[in-house]
Design a protein around this ligand. Sequence first.
Ligand SMILES: [Zn+2]
Length: 194
Amino acid sequence: MEGVPRPPVRVVAPLLAGALLLCVLGIRGHVRRLEVERRASTVASAIAGRRVKVDCPGPIRRRMFYEITEGRVRFSADGVPDPETNLSGDACAGLRRVLDKGSALNLECLYWNCSKADTRAAMGLIVLTHESVHMRGVIDEGLTECEAEKRVEATALALGFTSQTAQSVAHWARTDYAELLPEQYRLCADSNAA
Ligand SMILES: [Zn+2]
């Protein structure tokens, strides 16, 4: 019986190697994402005052959905927050950088102008803190951002930053970052300026 001729080894071997590499990279990405979620959940739980979960998008969700917000917490009709937040791919990538670099990352550039990756690291910390305050039970965006501005320094320290770098993030949260936010988030930003 004549079968389909088998493709020669020199064609199959690179294909297998490629598939294996993709598989390894996929698993590595998954493990790294789980670590960000686990470390961020610990920090979020401390702020929320109860056990909460931080969710980062996987590679499929990251490509398929256009994210309009950097983070989200659902509230029930009577104003009770879910014990879970979904962060954007950007916010999670920022937190990934925070964990990777830790105390080696210097964010003095926040007083002037940072690279995209460094800006994203600071943004990730502020967004995580903001969503954690929501999970504490605060709905109003202005009040939530106000409290996040006060707590972001502790978040940065908990995830490995030096006190100096944590202060740079907190300063940025109250100033240039706050200026980029829509009006309903700016309760404290406006009183800072006054
Ligand atoms: Zn919010």
